[in-house]
Design a protein around this ligand. Structure first.
Ligand SMILES: *Cc1c(COP(=O)(O)O)cnc(C)c1O
Length: 374
């Protein structure tokens, strides 16, 4: 059997190992200088136009963002049904209700008109997912939010490093959340961040990540801890550790190299899979760094293609099962999301792949598509 071509994986080298060893040698593993530096470097990455707070996962970033908007029991948050269940759980963790909305079939992102129809007097925010690194109709999103005075929390887990209209994703939003889990555009092992220029949100999430202990962040960044402190609301143990931050700091320096690679591999897929019956999503490869490479395949072929590829040592994924079909989140219908989910197939995409791997995957897909009706 040839080696499995994996769907996704991290790209780690000596430099990351050395950074982790250094933290271990220094002997302080909690939240300290490494996290502080990672946050500063991320702020510089966003042209110092926003503040950045790092947490232990992308999911907790989303959870804290919702809580910091004073959203909770009795409130509703609109969210596309096609997303990782993390988006939904982050909303329901606050006591608020995630309202699943339909998506646009050509981008996989929230359908703004469908979302508009689900706005009620309880709607407080829209959680907008950058599916596969695409911004979708982000301009219409902000117009809708303005019209109804809604907060916008962008789940930009798929689009770290991407741009929209000349600005890096994160710079001109309301609140933007990123994930640095093991397979994202950059990794910290596990990790996430909340990005905003709203000072109130930033100071809230700084406390919330440390069990609600007020101003504990400042103490920890100066090598101390708070012993006499005040707590006024439910907080969580969501801070990032120096171990994770040390990995993230090395990875951040490589984002341009990673971006180039992901774009190059995606372009090659598009080139090789033309005229095979596979459809591509609307991707703006000039401005985005695709985290995944999903394609739409003809109805009733996805599962057989998927097992054919696996038989040939090629791993693929399904991003995602619609969340409105999960027992916990039943309630609305989203027609496009169901069609999309039955036809979508994510092809291997990560920075450890070479163009030869893309050629191999494409050749097998071509073969399958040619003979699928035999
Ligand atoms: C990865 C991901 C998350 C959650 O991030 P974690 O760091 O894994 O908690 C949320 N939303 C989407 C769309 C993701 O892909």
């Amino acid at each position: 059997m040839p080696d499995l071509i994996r769907l996704s994986r991290a790209s780690l080298e000596e430099e990351e190992k050395n950074a982790v060893s250094q933290v271990i040698n220094d002997g302080y593993l909690g939240m300290g200088q490494q996290v502080m530096s990672f946050e500063k470097e991320l702020e510089a990455f966003f042209s110092n136009k926003v503040n950045v707070v790092c947490v232990n996962t992308g999911t907790s970033a989303l959870h804290l963002a919702v809580q910091a908007c004073d959203i909770g029991i009795g409130d509703e948050v609109l969210v596309p049904s096609i997303t990782y269940v993390a988006s939904f759980q982050a909303i329901s963790a606050t006591g608020a209700t995630p309202i699943a909305c339909d998506i646009n079939l050509s981008t996989g992102c929230l359908d703004i008109d469908a979302a508009r129809k689900r706005i009620t007097s309880h709607t407080k925010a829209i959680m907008y997912v950058h599916y596969a690194g695409s911004v979708g109709n982000r301009d219409a999103l902000f117009l809708l939010a303005k019209e109804y005075n809604l907060r916008v929390i962008e789940d930009a887990a798929h689009s770290f490093g991407g741009y929209h209209q000349g600005k890096r994703i994160g710079i001109d939003g309301d609140i933007t959340c990123f994930s640095f889990d093991g397979i994202k555009n950059i990794t910290a092992g596990e990790g996430g961040s909340i990005v905003s220029n709203d000072k109130n949100i930033i100071s809230r999430v700084k406390d919330l990540r440390l069990l609600g202990v007020q101003k504990d962040t400042d103490q920890r960044y100066s090598g101390k801890r708070s012993w006499d402190f005040e707590v006024t609301e439910q907080g969580w143990r969501y801070h990032m550790s120096d171990l994770n931050a040390s990995i993230g700091r090395v990875q951040l320096k490589k984002i341009d190299i990673f971006g180039e690679k992901r774009r190059e591999l995606s372009q090659l897929y598009i080139h090789l899979l033309q005229d095979t019956g596979v459809e591509f999503l609307d991707l703006d490869l000039k401005n985005s760094i695709p985290h995944i490479f999903p394609v739409l395949v003809p109805e009733n072929t996805r599962d057989s293609l998927r097992s054919y590829l696996l038989d040939n040592s090629i791993e693929t994924g399904i991003h995602y099962k619609p969340n409105h079909l999960l027992k916990k989140f039943l309630g609305t219908t989203c027609e496009n999301a169901e069609i999309f989910s039955s036809r979508i197939l994510s092809l291997p995409l990560h920075c450890q792949m070479g163009t030869g791997d893309v050629r191999k995957v494409s050749t097998h897909i071509k073969n399958f598509m040619m003979h699928k009706n035999d």
